[in-house]
Design a protein around this ligand. Structure first.
Ligand code: FMN
Length: 344
């Protein structure tokens, strides 16, 4: 068993969840440490190279939004062997988020429930952090409660990134649901298109019933028609959770994976080859990443898997993908999507 699982994780998990999180962030902010370790985490295989809406990636494994909300340690995450990072979610103004307790571990399930509600330093602070600690390839996640606010946040943050992921799907921020109304969503995209700088992605809410599917896929169709470059499927699943002050939160981690696979396949069917799809939810092993890519994803994004598996998670996924490419005689990870699952 690895150093992280044997020693560090038990230590971090012995602390109350949000404190453990902050200790983890302290380690991740030690940039020199991760620069020194970077060679351990890199997987050099040209077959892993791919593109995401024209952005060149050394591999298809990204860090999902929320891991570095204030863009303080994105270079450390890149040193852990990820192919790209999603910084944020950044909001226009600083926010304190929801009252604590607002983070819970479900250790046996490999899952977390959070009701953080976008705590963060706002666009000004995130810009300053990014200027000090630039990381590439970078997608920035932005959000806001009003069209105007979100568009202004986009305008300030987009020039610093290779692409922007618009988050209209966090379950913990009252007000985001307004963007699920087709007219409001269309208006938002029209306004963003007027200021457009580079690839635009939309992160959709997860669904597990017909009504949710209709709502999410109708957002996907609007996004496609408005020239959005890609969809990230999906955010955390809303659940009731009495142990959190809010009484509810968003579930992440292993239990999400079956839904992630289904959503990726359905979104891919909806958009054809014209848009990128990022699979997000419960991915932490090479096998899961492979299934998601074969189901139609261009990349996979990981967050809870990083907390449970540690800093080697991207390397392990990439090694597994690399081995699979060799065994199937494929020259590129992008070919997995077109070929679908292997026989048997
Ligand atoms: C503590 C925590 C904070 C999160 N914050 C954000 C966020 O700010 N913006 C966002 O789009 N998603 C956020 N997410 C959702 C993740 O990006 C991801 O969609 C979700 O956790 C499923 O992926 P996972 O199972 O790999 O964690 C957060 C998730 C967690 C666990």
């Amino acid at each position: 068993m690895r150093f992280y699982q044997r020693l560090l994780r038990p230590l971090l998990f012995s602390l109350p969840p949000e404190r453990g999180h902050r200790v983890g962030e302290f380690f991740m902010s030690r940039g020199f440490l991760w620069r020194m370790l970077a060679r351990r985490y890199r997987v050099d295989d040209p077959g892993l190279r791919t593109t995401l809406a024209g952005i060149e990636l050394s591999n298809p494994v990204g860090v999902a939004a929320g891991c570095d909300k204030d863009c303080r340690f994105l270079p450390s995450l890149m040193s852990m062997g990820f192919g790209y990072v999603v910084g944020g979610t950044v909001t226009l103004n600083p926010r304190s988020g929801n009252p604590a307790p607002r983070l819970l571990r479900k250790v046996g399930d490999g899952a977390l429930v959070n009701s953080l509600g976008f705590p963060g330093v706002g666009a000004g602070g995130a810009r300053r952090n990014l200027e000090r600690n630039p990381a590439r390839p970078l997608i920035l996640s932005v959000s806001g409660l009003e069209v105007e606010e979100l568009v202004e946040c986009y305008r300030r943050m987009a020039p610093l990134a290779d692409g922007v992921e618009v988050n209209v799907s966090s379950p913990n921020t009252a007000g985001l649901r307004a963007f699920h109304q087709p007219e409001t969503f269309r208006e938002l995209l029209e306004r963003l298109n007027a200021k457009r700088k580079g690839p635009l992605f939309v992160k959709i809410p997860p669904y597990d019933d017909d009504r949710g599917r209709d709502e999410s896929l109708s957002l996907v169709r609007i996004a496609r028609d408005m020239g959005v470059d890609g969809v990230t499927a999906a955010n955390t699943r809303p659940v009731t959770e009495p142990a959190l002050k809010m009484g509810r939160g968003g579930l992440s981690g292993r239990p999400l994976f079956p839904d992630t696979l289904r959503m990726v396949a359905e979104v891919r069917r909806e958009v054809g080859d014209g848009m990128a799809v990022n699979a997000c939810g419960g991915i932490s092993t090479p096998g899961q990443a492979l299934e998601a890519l074969e189901a139609g994803a261009d990349t996979v994004q990981v967050y809870t898997g990083l907390i449970f598996e540690g800093p080697g998670v991207a390397r392990d996924i990439n090694r597994g993908l690399s081995r699979h490419l060799r065994e199937r005689g494929l020259s590129s990870v992008a070919g997995l999507r077109r070929r679908g699952p292997s026989p048997g």
